[in-house]
Ligand binder design. Structure first.
Ligand code: ADP
Ligand code: MG
Length: 333
């Protein structure tokens, strides 16, 4: 059997349960954006993410500064997804023989810039030679008040489902690069969203402080895939209005130029690093207004959590539609 036949999540499911008895009762292990390790005063949040050359990035397409920035950004996003405050990071990097030091200097400038923005020190790591290609692994840790992390498993029937920002910008930016598109002034904006995503740390903390916000996840693999994690973990189902998915004017313009349905990006495109969260129905307007007041930005209601099952019903103009496409999943075609 090869790994393509089970995929990334199939693999995780094969070994996950064998560790359960080693996980203390008050810990949260595999299955959320971060593991939760309680301390007397607060909960530690821990997560790790890897970026591999020619899988997650192509060296001559991304700048070294952006690669350094993005390596930390995607990890900070997992802390944001739990409503955590970041504390520190560890960085391991492996490069082939003869790799230019000037490249690495620029890489660390990007990593440092984002570390400054969120006041997160680099506390350690590892440096090794690779047989071929660059691989980067970052481990991030953070904290939040005891028992208050926003888990994927906390969605409740009746909750409204919201997302921050707009969806699909990052993936259409990537597509624009693949197509070597040029000549449109929105392209730079979209490509920047792909290479320099902003982890929603402040927004995550604010949302965690709102009692009516129940479950949260960051959108790294596209909402079709990430919302599935929420409904499965929460043992609920969801109904999504596809025509409510927020897309930027830039995405709409470029998707039209590419003659591609914007949903190909907003629904299954990954790497937006926006937050998807569920809110008790009766408080949805308060959260929407409070978020706008605090951040000057709109959040968008895209659907509702329903009782039972663990599926997602996709609707367009109130009509149920088939969505066969999945978000990004390593090893699945
Ligand atoms: P995210 O997209 O938020 O980074 P993933 O979907 O990659 O999360 O991972 C889902 C869960 O599986 C996480 O809890 C992660 O820590 C865990 N996981 C992924 N790969 C491994 C692995 N090789 N060993 C142990 N746990 C893993
Ligand atoms: Mg995540």
């Amino acid at each position: 059997m090869n790994i393509e036949s089970i995929g990334e999540f199939g693999l995780i499911n094969r070994f996950k349960d064998s560790f359960n008895h080693l996980v203390p009762k008050d810990f949260t292990g595999i299955g959320d954006d971060c593991a939760i390790v309680p301390n007397e005063k607060f909960d530690y949040l821990l997560s790790t993410d890897m970026l591999v050359e020619n899988i997650h990035f192509v060296l001559n397409s991304i700048t070294p500064y952006q690669l350094g920035y993005k390596s930390l950004a995607v990890n900070l996003s997992d802390i944001a997804a739990m409503g955590g405050e970041p504390i520190g990071s560890f960085l391991s990097i492996s490069v082939p023989k003869g790799f230019p030091v000037e490249y690495l200097d620029e890489f660390f400038k990007g990593y440092h810039q984002l570390s400054e923005t969120f006041g997160v020190p680099l506390l350690g790591g590892d440096t090794t030679k690779s047989a071929a290609g660059v691989a980067i692994n970052v481990t991030i840790f953070g904290k939040c008040p005891k028992g208050e992390a926003l888990k994927r498993s906390a969605a409740k029937a009746g909750d409204k489902i919201f997302v921050t920002g707009t969806l699909g910008d990052s993936s259409i930016g990537l597509d624009a690069l693949a197509r070597k598109a040029s000549g449109h002034h929105f392209l730079d904006f979209l490509i920047k969203k792909h290479y320099e995503p902003t982890p929603r740390i402040h927004e995550g903390i604010w949302l965690r402080n709102q009692e009516s916000v129940h479950a949260m996840i960051d959108i790294s693999d596209g909402i079709a895939s990430d919302l599935k994690h929420v409904v499965q973990a929460s043992k609920v189902s969801a109904e999504i209005q596809l025509n409510y998915l927020p897309t930027s004017y830039a995405l709409n313009e470029i998707a039209e130029a590419f003659e591609v349905n914007p949903l190909n990006y907003s629904l299954i495109g990954g790497e937006d690093y926006e937050l998807l969260f569920t809110v008790a129905q009766e408080d949805a307007d308060n959260i929407r207004n409070g978020f706008k007041l605090r951040f000057g930005e709109d959040i968008t209601e895209i659907g509702v959590i329903k009782e039972g099952g663990n599926g997602i019903v996709w609707k367009m103009d109130e009509e149920e539609v088939e969505v066969n496409l999945e978000g990004f999943n390593h090893f699945n075609a």
